[in-house]
Design a protein around this ligand. Structure first.
Ligand code: LLP
Length: 384
């Protein structure tokens, strides 16, 4: 199913704004549910990708859990109505108030990234006479072959417990009575399009499982994180990511032990394609070797191109004239405020409605007020 742009209605709205195709979101959620359900895998939605109320609500209604990385995300997930038993809390730097919030609400699990953190969770849980369930986030040292800013599973990254430290962790755990080891957790990176990286992860997880078993430990949950990439180049040929092949890799290569559950934390693959940023052309200006289409959205609305040199497909919804090349830039006082260079667009003029595709993940949520600009608003296909 394709993203549907009701152009006439969108033209009436004040740009820039995010527009979400709710039908596409639901079709995507159905696909994830079906393909994960095939193997009994459990999916937590990574709230960091998009914490818009409407989106969160649909995801909650579809029965997913929530993967949170701050106390604010935990709070939000609970407010929206996710069950505490479906909330997991990760992050290298959890503050005491955030841990206490998780403890007070009896969330499912803390994904723990270091020994000092384990000790603090134990201490805070003891004060509340509780036992916190924890999963150890282990750095698997597997290369995700993605942009280095969003690679997380290598030894040099700040994330997770390195394998050589596991022996110590197990020793420390023996003396902590207010934490209970529930699982092991991994996440190798984001926007991973080479599924073989996930096969590598499976093989590493199998090795680590053997290590735990040799220490008489059988974690109940194996959580392999998120990271499934999407097709930014051709959002319409693959508007729903290939969840089937993704889950199949884990079914084939990850050797679960009897009684173990396999969990996932998918963000981008669930919400990226159902969102687009809509903007209008303010001016077309001739540069030295190029033409600039200056639009009213900027890097404050969608920072991915500026921050990661990320590609987003750009389309002109108002013109079907001959194709020309444009640098599509925003109004912000930074040269990096550019959504795409030498973009093929039909002849573009002031007032044309432009869409920047695949912006449902890490788009609206990363918007900021640089240059004191207003935050972008959001509209939904079933409300306009
Ligand atoms: N689990 C953990 C522990 C994570 O760190 C992340 C993402 C996810 C799950 C969800 O990954 P996903 O399924 O969305 O790939 N702002 C960047 C992406 C940062 C990803 C951070 N961690 C971007 O715009 O590309």
């Amino acid at each position: 199913m394709n993203f549907n742009f009701p152009v006439d209605a969108l033209n009436q709205l004040q740009t820039p704004f995010y527009f979400y195709d709710i039908d596409l979101l639901h079709a995507t959620l159905d696909a994830v549910k079906k393909e994960a359900g095939e193997y009994g895998f459990k999916v937590h939605y990574a709230v960091k990708a998009n914490a818009n109320d409407r989106i969160l609500n649909s995801i909650k209604e579809a029965g997913f859990g929530a993967d949170c990385v701050s106390g604010y995300e935990v709070q939000k997930a609970l407010e929206v109505g996710f069950n505490a038993e479906g909330v997991v809390f990760a992050g290298v730097g959890k503050a005491d108030w955030e841990i206490n919030l998780g403890l007070d609400n009896d969330i499912a699990c803390f994904n723990v990234e270091s020994i000092p953190e384990l000790e603090i969770i134990n201490e805070l849980a003891e004060k509340k006479r509780k036992v916190a369930k924890v999963a150890l986030r282990i750095n698997p040292n597997v290369n995700a072959n993605t942009h280095h800013y969003i690679t997380t599973g290598l030894e040099e990254n700040k994330f997770g417990i390195n394998q050589w430290d596991l022996e110590n962790v197990i020793e420390v755990l023996k003396n902590l009575n207010h934490v209970e080891l529930e699982g092991i957790h991994f996440h190798i990176g984001s926007q991973i399009t080479d599924l073989m990286s996930f096969k590598d992860l499976c093989i590493r997880v199998n090795e680590l499982q053997e290590w735990f078993i040799s220490h008489q430990i059988l974690p109940k949950v194996v959580n392999v994180g998120g990271g499934l990439g999407i097709n930014y180049e051709q959002p319409d040929t693959e508007s729903i990511p290939d969840f089937k092949s993704f889950f199949k890799i884990f079914d084939e290569f990850l050797e679960l032990k009897p009684g173990q559950e396999l969990h996932f934390e998918l963000g981008r693959s669930i919400v990226a394609q159902c969102g687009a940023l809509l903007t209008k052309v303010l001016y077309v200006k001739n540069g030295v070797n190029t033409k600039f289409a200056i639009v009213d959205a900027g890097m404050s609305d969608l920072i991915r191109p500026a921050l990661y040199q990320a590609y987003h497909k750009i389309e002109n919804l108002s013109s079907d004239k001959a194709i020309e090349k444009y640098d599509v830039v925003g109004p912000i006082c930074e040269s990096s405020d550019c959504f795409g260079k030498a973009v093929d667009l039909p002849e573009t003029n002031r007032g044309d409605l432009i869409t920047i595709r695949s912006a449902g993940a890490y788009g609206e949520i990363m918007a900021n007020r640089y240059n004191l600009r207003a935050l972008p608003s959001a509209y939904y296909s079933d409300e306009i």
